[in-house]
Design a protein around this ligand. Sequence first.
Ligand code: ZN
Length: 269
Amino acid sequence: MAAPAAAETSCRLEFSVQMTCESCVEAVREALQGLPGVRVLDVRLDSQTVLVEASVAAERVQERLEARGRRAVLRGAGGPPGGGGPVAAAVAALQGPGPVRGLLRFVQVSPQRCLVEGTVDGLQPGPHGLHVHEFGDLSDACDSCGDHFNPDGECHGGPQDEHRHVGDLGNIWADATGRANFRMEDSRLKVWDIIGRSVVVDAGEDDLGRGSHPLSRVTGNSGPRLACGVVARAAGLFENPKRLCTCDGLTLWDERDRERPPGQPAPHL
Ligand code: ZN
């Protein structure tokens, strides 16, 4: 079963964007106006910030902001005003003993709606089970993450099922290059419940509890754990106090380049 589309779910994203004059502000507005699913809420030259409401992945907005060589950094994410909770956003960087790497972002857009988006690379093409696990313990690689997060004592299921583990996110699909890009909305997951726990991507397909294997109602029989990462609190909107200059003399923009994963081209300046 396909992951539920979350195209209609929007969240607010705050970016720091390199802007030096009013014409930069206009160029940023123009660039974003051409991107479906994005509404510009505010562009500020004095603080070099751009606030948008987006129903597309944050990465798409960032690519558009950087398309003309202007650098952009995602500073925070959150739901609509008043729609969040004590913690509005979280991230998890997945790593494994093998080549699989990934980055997931969780945004609580309302008390009942958690947006989960991300990219995982290095997978075999096809479906892979994705779950939030009980512990953020990577001391024994992904084997110390415990079972699927299951505070209600339920059997394993699919994300659309009434009876499921809260951590059951179903499957993500890797394309022919081994990359899975996904964006889903979940009604059971709450960002504030999963901080400090972990996310694990598995080698095989999660049968969503509908298989004949004895593990079907336990784990979905989705095979060995490929990569995992601890769910960490991320900055909500306007919570990131970091300014454009850092103590070691690097600007935010230098750091942006330093954080760029190997193999990804630097923006043209
Ligand atoms: Zn489960």
